[in-house]
Design a protein around this ligand. Structure first.
Ligand SMILES: [Zn+2]
Length: 432
C-alpha cells in the first residue's frame, strides 16, 4: 500500500466532500450507469439510458458478470440468435516468462491522464452527454464539452479519487471546456474502470500490452485477423501461429461476443498470447456524414464489451472496412489500417464447374500469394478468420515468413520494436 498515494486520495476526497456539499452531487446507480442527483431540490434520475448496458468483468474479480440486457441489432449484420448468456470470467493468466517484465511501481498520486486509457474518458464523456438533469445536464448539452468535436480533454478529468469501489470524478464549476455549470461529482464503478486503468490503486502497472523479448534486428511483420470471433477457425489459426512461435492481432466485432462460445474464443486467443483489438460493436461502416454520436457509441460499446470479456480494454481500433473519415481524428484510440490485404475475402463465389474443394485450393493459393509477395519489414497484413482455408494458408505463409527470417508479432510488439508511440486518432498502415 502506497501511503503517499492514499494520503493524496484522502485529501482530495475531503475537498470533494466540501465542494459537493454546497453543490449538486451525483451518485452512481450501479445497475444503469445513470447518474442520480441527490439533494432536496434535484432528485430526478436522468431520463436517457446510455446505450452500453453490459457491465465488464474485471480480471481480478472472481464474480461472474451481469448479462448484457438489451443487445441492439446491428443494421448491416446478421442478428445474433442466442440470448446473451453469462460472459465467462476471465482467467487470471499468469504472464509468461517470455514477456518483458512490468515497469516499476509508480510512487505518489497518479494524474488521471496517466491513470486511465483515453478511451475511458470517451465513455465518461458519452455518459455525461446523456446527463439530462436541468441544473447540470442542459449546461453540458449546450456546451462545447458535449459537442462531440472535443472528444476529451484529460484536464477535465484531473480531479478524481478512488474509494469504496467507485472512481469519483469532480468537475469544478466551469471547468468543462468553459461551460457554465456548478461543481458536481460523477461516480463510476471501479470494477468497470479497472479494465481501463494503467496502474492499480497501489501504483503497480497493470493492463500493459504483452511484449515478448525479441531480437530487434530481425524483420517483423504483423498478421491481423478481422471479423472474429469464430469459435471454429480461431483455435485452428491460433494453433498454427503458436506452432511457428508467432503472435497475431485479432480485431473483434463485439456484438458477436453475446454468444458464450464466441466470447470464450476471444479469451482463448488472449490466453494464447495474441492481441485483442476492436473492430467496433456492430461492424458499421462510417462515412463523412455518419452522426458523430453513432461513431462514439459503436466504439465505446466495443471497448466496454472487450473490457468485460478479457478484463483489459483494447489498445487499438480498426474501423469496419478500414473506413477512414475526417472525424476519426477525434476518436481516442490509435487506428490500424493495413499495408497489404490478403484478399482472402475476394471472389469467394464458386466459379463455373468449381467444387468447394476446388475453391478451397484456389483461395489457399491466392491468399498465400497475396501475402508472401508483399511481406515487408514493419508491414501489417489484413486477413480474416471466417474462411475454411485460412488456417492452412496461415501455416504455409508462416513457413515462408520463417524461411525469410521474419518474426510475426502483435501490433503492440510492432510499435514497440519499431520505436513508434501510437497516437490517438491517427491511422497506421505500416511501421516501415
Ligand atoms: Zn471487418
Amino acid at each position: 500500500m502506497n501511503k503517499r498515494f492514499w494520503a493524496r486520495i484522502v485529501i482530495t476526497g475531503l475537498f470533494t466532500v466540501v465542494f459537493t456539499a454546497v453543490s449538486a452531487c451525483s451518485f452512481f446507480n450501479s445497475n444503469t450507469h445513470e447518474p442520480i442527483l441527490e439533494g432536496p431540490t434535484n432528485t430526478p434520475a436522468a431520463s436517457n439510458t446510455p446505450s452500453p448496458t453490459n457491465t465488464p468483468v474485471p480480471t481480478n474479480t472472481p464474480t461472474p458478470t451481469s448479462t448484457p440486457t438489451n443487445t441492439p441489432t446491428p443494421t448491416n449484420t446478421p442478428t445474433p440468435t442466442n440470448t446473451p448468456t453469462n460472459t465467462p470470467t476471465p482467467a487470471n493468466t499468469p504472464v509468461p516468462e517470455e514477456f518483458m517484465p512490468a515497469e516499476p511501481k509508480r510512487e505518489g498520486f497518479i494524474p488521471a491522464s496517466e491513470m486511465f486509457m483515453p478511451a475511458y474518458f470517451a465513455i465518461i464523456k458519452e455518459r455525461l452527454q446523456t446527463y439530462t438533469d436541468d441544473k447540470i445536464g442542459n449546461a453540458l448539452v449546450n456546451s462545447s464539452f458535449a459537442s462531440y468535436d472535443t472528444p476529451f480533454n484529460a484536464a477535465d478529468y484531473s480531479d478524481y479519487k478512488i474509494e469504496n469501489g467507485k472512481v469519483i470524478f469532480t468537475f469544478a464549476g466551469k471547468t468543462l471546456t468553459g461551460t457554465e455549470h456548478p461543481t458536481f461529482t460523477y461516480s463510476c464503478d471501479l470494477a468497470e474502470a479497472r479494465a481501463f486503468m494503467l496502474y492499480d490503486e497501489e501504483g503497480n502497472p497493470v493492463n500493459r500490452p504483452l511484449i515478448r523479448e525479441l531480437d530487434p534486428s530481425k524483420k517483423m511483420i504483423a498478421l491481423t485477423f478481422d471479423d472474429g470471433p469464430n469459435p471454429v477457425y480461431d483455435p485452428q489459426i491460433s494453433d498454427v501461429l503458436l506452432k511457428h512461435n508467432a503472435r497475431a492481432t485479432f480485431f473483434i466485432i463485439t456484438y458477436k461476443c453475446a454468444k458464450e462460445n464466441f466470447s470464450r474464443s476471444v479469451l482463448n486467443l488472449r490466453d494464447a498470447g495474441h492481441e485483442i483489438a476492436s473492430h467496433e460493436y456492430g461492424h458499421e461502416f462510417f462515412y463523412d456524414d455518419t452522426p458523430k454520436k453513432k461513431i462514439w457509441t459503436e466504439v465505446n460499446r466495443a471497448n466496454l464489451d472487450l473490457a468485460g470479456i478479457t478484463g483489459t480494454a483494447p489498445r487499438f481500433l480498426r474501423m469496419a472496412g478500414g473506413r477512414t473519415t475526417d472525424y476519426l481524428k477525434y476518436v481516442p484510440m490509435p487506428q490500424i489500417g493495413w499495408t497489404w490485404g490478403s484478399l482472402d475475402w475476394e471472389s469467394r463465389e464458386l466459379q463455373p464447374g468449381e467444387t468447394k474443394e476446388g475453391r478451397y485450393a484456389r483461395k489457399l493459393a491466392q491468399t498465400y500469394k497475396n501475402v508472401t509477395e508483399h511481406a515487408v519489414d514493419g508491414g501489417i497484413i489484413l486477413m480474416h478468420v471466417n474462411y475454411a482455408e485460412e488456417p492452412e494458408a496461415v501455416d504455409k505463409i508462416l513457413d515462408y515468413l520463417d524461411s525469410k527470417g521474419f518474426i510475426c508479432v502483435t501490433v503492440s510488439e510492432l510499435f514497440y520494436y519499431k520505436g513508434v508511440t501510437p497516437v490517438n486518432g491517427k491511422r497506421y498502415s505500416d511501421l516501415q
